[in-house]
Design a protein around this ligand. Structure first.
Ligand SMILES: NC(=O)c1ccc[n+]([C@@H]2O[C@H](COP(=O)([O-])OP(=O)(O)OC[C@H]3O[C@@H](n4cnc5c(N)ncnc54)[C@H](OP(=O)(O)O)[C@@H]3O)[C@@H](O)[C@H]2O)c1
Length: 335
């Protein structure tokens, strides 16, 4: 019976974020990694006993039984990997963004629906720190009429980051710069909390990096309710600053830094019990995710979605919204 069984995962791609998943799954009783798909047949350096794992250059050639894949390849490849896995009847948990074009996202969503496999997207900030509490407060209308939200994702990445792989900072594989790569986590969080904006404009530019895409930009979101949102996304702002979300309503305001409420003045609602995370979020200055706790939450939700035959917290359709919004920022540039 699926409910008693460990979910067996194959990780596709053996780079940076694959290590986060491997270590996260070691902390989850109901899951195990049985193998890897690597175009280069790379044996990940984080494996202490590599012989225990099957490593193949294609999902189709994995001989051991498995239930699901975790896609840890660059953004453009997500739909290709997802479609291949779904064709084999395997559930799909993909790294963010879902993919980089509407057509690719539709293909992977449709294939997973057709083959009746789950499709989950790792936008883990939704489960991080105080963010679930803020979602609850908004859903219960405790914050009043929100009229202004300012999101700041001012990261820094050095030249070594962009030189670490030729696809980084390209339109064809990454799909864009900090808006789709680093800030997509927070644009997903924004859309989850406040809904999809009705009108979207932006201005992106390249200031300090020798890359094809933007390394800095702003977006303005106008909601049907009249609410105005602003977003700054950057990999050029040294040394990198905590992601910051400022929320203003007719009742008061709150400020959130790195997913933790730092300021709260909503008169009718007592100051909430703030969740203090043990690990410091370091995404503002590096792409390496050593704190596996939020990925563990995403994986556990995905496992339960498979076992309970329900949708994952962030399914394909939800993940699609975030990429759509980002593509509109790129398209609707203020001239
Ligand atoms: N959720 C988060 O917090 C978070 C953080 C970082 C990254 N990410 C996402 O995770 C994904 C992977 O990012 P990463 O930082 O792990 O990248 P990475 O270090 O470059 O690893 C990507 C891996 O994908 C495989 N791959 C397959 N086709 C490739 C190609 N044409 N070019 C390069 N690599 C290819 C490679 O493994 P093989 O050689 O073994 O095939 C490579 O090691 C991206 O979608 C990114 O947005 C998410």
């Amino acid at each position: 019976m699926m409910s008693d069984k460990k979910i067996k995962f194959v990780i596709i791609g053996t780079g940076n974020i694959s290590a986060t998943y491997f270590h996260a799954i070691k902390n989850i009783n109901e899951a195990e990694v049985i193998g890897f798909v690597s175009r280069t047949l790379n044996v990940p350096s984080y494996l202490k006993s590599p012989g225990k794992f099957e490593i193949s250059d294609s999902i189709k050639n994995i001989k051991s039984e498995f239930d699901a894949v975790i896609i840890c390849t660059p953004n453009y490849y997500h739909h290709i990997n997802a479609i291949e896995a779904a064709e084999l009847g395997k559930h799909v948990l993909t790294e963010k963004p879902l993919d980089i074009t509407a057509a690719a996202m539709d293909m992977m969503i449709n294939k997973c629906r057709e083959k009746n496999v789950k499709l989950g997207v790792a936008y883990q900030r939704r489960l991080s720190g105080d963010n679930p509490f803020i979602k609850k407060m908004i859903s219960e209308n405790k914050l009043g009429r929100i009229f202004s939200v300012d999101l700041s994702v001012k990261n820094y990445r050095d030249e070594n980051y962009y030189k670490s792989a030729p696809y980084r900072g390209t339109y064809s594989i990454d799909g864009g710069g900090p808006f789709i790569q680093q800030a997509s986590h927070y644009i997903d969080l924004y859309c989850w909390l406040f809904g999809r904006p009705g009108k979207i404009t932006g201005k992106t530019s390249r200031f300090i990096h020798n890359i094809e895409t933007e390394d800095h930009g702003v977006a303005v979101f106008i909601h049907n309710s009249g609410m105005i949102g602003t977003v700054t996304a950057s990999t050029a702002t040294k040394p990198g600053f905590p992601a910051k979300l400022e929320i203003y309503s007719d009742k008061g305001y709150l400020i959130v830094e790195n997913d933790e409420i730092t300021h709260w003045d909503i008169p009718d609602v007592p100051f909430p019990k703030i969740v203090k995370s043990k690990n410091k979020f370091t995404g503002s200055s590096t792409h390496i995710v050593n704190d596996t706790s939020n990925h563990e939450k995403i994986i556990k939700d995905f496992i339960n979605a498979v076992k309970e035959n329900r949708e994952p917290l962030i399914n394909g359709e939800e993940g699609r919204i975030t990429t759509e919004v980002i593509l509109e920022i790129y398209k609707n540039q203020i001239t």
